[in-house]
Design a protein around this ligand. Structure first.
Ligand code: F6P
Length: 548
């Protein structure tokens, strides 16, 4: 048995779970008219309503005891102090330094990282201003009209998500595109409409060894040189973001065009660094800095608020409550904002790559669930697609709903309808519909006898489905920064409770290693027999199709 599952607070939570797991939230709301005030938190305009959870004040007390027993405050301090908390890679974890707007010194092995961070922000400003104001010219002296970010995973998803989220703030004269897939359709589709004279490529790879990214970058360079065969012109059309200066230089990136990352920034936590160059190109450096300000607001809140008033801590603990006691294996992110449509994809990597671990910090297998499966989509689309399972299916799927009170470009009654759906869905998840209510409804429709009784079971909703609601004024750069940092820290809190390292990702290596072997075997027509019969069969069938 692990230290976690034998801890006093865990044991107490198990006992408490037995007592309350059958309690309906309808009852909890009926018993406590102050439940909304009791179970909600606010940071400026950002409201977290977590009252529609299967918790009582005792649950929260016990979860907070668990956080204390797992030393959450100490781990927060360790992260902010630059301690080597990513122990398997011997690295500090300092995405918080990238948005440390207070400029407090942060030491990594005795050296303050802030001068380098600030210098990099200055370099990003200089570069993006030149590109945006037309002073950065391509080889034919024309201004840049299109920027293509080439990267994958953390070098893609954050920029994609944030650029879309901040679309109303973006320049109309500069179009930002993203290529992540090594499937040639992706880069072909993007390049199809572009002119090399006015296109700038940003190659983003922390390691500069990611095969998919390097292949796309080489293809982009070939495409460029095919139309302008002068390697000297590459400096005006290719820049890179990487921690691996040597490899980026070998690729042909001019050292002046290289934006350095640091090993203490994890890929999935890196949009605040030069990895966000495409975001800053799209929305301008002032807005990019607002994004950093927002994240810093949340960092300060996380660092200083007592645990019971700490949004990331509360969200993290609620996730633990459902994963480990209710055995919920999934968790849904449901933004009611079209511009947040890539947030679920972004959080899927942030959460699943961070907490998809089954070995604890002492190298022992865990005996409890860790990170859940994260999925989601824009809420309205989800309502008409997969909410059925959430309302009436068998799994319990806790969900976060996110919405802005005000749209920047209001149109007729759209936003009121949207908001009505946000509130109605959260209420429906919580209340459900009892048999009595369903019966009354069917009777009101004129049904009686067998017709009514036969339909009745299908019309009942159990309810008692937990949701958190994050409501804010408008989706602006600062709000986005707060939201993303909120989730980053929530993931960290859960990693601390589960005693895992949220900052490595060894699990993605195996597939990469095997792909290298298979790639060699795909050369030529010889039949392959070095794998299991399924893999051999598939490779050989592929070779046959390819030949045909
Ligand atoms: O393979 C997973 C991963 O290492 C992610 O963690 C990372 O975000 C992505 O690949 C891209 O890595 P890089 O920026 O080094 O190309």
């Amino acid at each position: 048995m692990s230290k976690l599952t034998t801890s006093a607070s865990w044991q107490a939570l198990q006992e408490h779970f037995k007592q309350i797991h059958g309690t309906h939230m309808r009852q909890l709301f009926a018993e406590d008219p102050k439940r909304f005030a009791r179970f909600s938190l606010q940071l400026d305009d950002l409201l977290l309503d977590y009252s529609k959870n299967r918790i009582t004040p005792t649950t929260l007390d016990l979860l907070l005891q668990l956080a204390h027993e797992c030393d959450v405050p100490k781990w927060i301090e360790r992260m902010f102090n630059g301690d080597i908390i990513n122990h398997t890679e011997h690295r500090a974890v300092l995405h918080i330094a990238l948005r440390n707007r207070a400029n407090r010194p942060i030491q990594v092995q005795g050296q303050d990282v802030m001068p380098d961070v600030n210098a990099m922000l200055g370099k990003i400003r200089g570069f993006t201003e030149q590109v945006r104001n037309g002073h950065w010219l391509g080889y034919s002296q024309q201004r840049i009209t299109d920027v293509v970010n080439i990267g994958v995973g953390g070098s893609d998803l954050g920029p994609v998500m944030a650029t879309e989220a901040l679309r109303p703030y973006a320049s109309r004269d500069l179009h930002v595109h993203f290529v992540s897939n090594v499937d040639e359709n992706h880069i072909t589709d993007v390049l199809e409409s572009l002119d090399p004279q006015t296109t700038l490529f940003i190659i983003v790879s922390k390691t500069f060894t990611t095969q998919e990214t390097l292949t796309n970058a080489e293809t982009a360079r070939e495409w460029f040189l095919a139309q302008h065969p002068d390697t000297a012109a590459i400096a005006k059309h290719f820049v890179a973001v990487s921690d691996n200066v040597k490899a980026a230089s070998e690729f042909g990136i001019d050292p002046d065009n290289l934006f350095k990352m640091w090993d203490w920034v994890g890929g999935r936590y890196s949009l605040w660094s030069a990895v966000g160059l495409s975001i800053a190109c799209a929305v301008g450096m002032d807005n990019f800095e607002q994004l950093l300000e927002g994240a810093h607001d949340m960092d300060e809140h996380f660092r200083t608020a007592p645990l019971e008033q700490n949004m990331p801590v509360i969200l993290g603990l609620l996730g633990v409550w459902y994963s480990n006691f209710f055995n919920a294996q999934t968790y849904a992110v449901l933004p009611y904002d079209q511009h947040l449509r890539f947030l679920p994809d972004y959080l899927r990597q942030a959460d699943m790559e961070s907490n998809g671990k089954s070995v604890d910090r002492e190298g022992k297998p865990v005996d409890y669930s860790t990170g859940p499966i994260v999925f989601g989509s824009v809420g309205i689309s989800g309502q008409h697609a997969f909410y059925q399972l959430m309302h009436q299916g068998t799994p319990l799927i806790p969900a976060d709903l996110l919405a802005a009170a005000v749209n920047l470009k209001p149109l007729r009654k759209h936003h009121e309808i949207l908001m009505a759906n946000v509130f109605a869905q959260a209420e429906a998840f919580m209340r459900g519909k009892t048999e009595k209510e369903a019966r009354a409804e069917l009777q009101a429709q004129g049904l009686t006898g067998d017709a009514l009784e036969n339909l009745l079971p299908y019309k009942v909703f159990a309810g008692n489905k937990p949701t958190n609601l994050l409501l804010f004024h408008t989706l602006n750069p600062r709000t986005l920064g707060r939201l993303v940092a909120l989730y980053e820290h929530k993931i960290f809190v859960q990693g601390v409770i589960w005693n895992i390292n949220s900052f490595d990702q060894w699990g993605v290596e195996l597939g990469k290693q095997l792909a290298k072997t298979v790639l060699g075997e795909l050369q030529g027509d010889a039949s392959v027999s070095s794998h299991d019969c399924s893999t051999n069969g598939l490779i050989n069938y592929y070779k046959k199709l390819r030949k045909d």
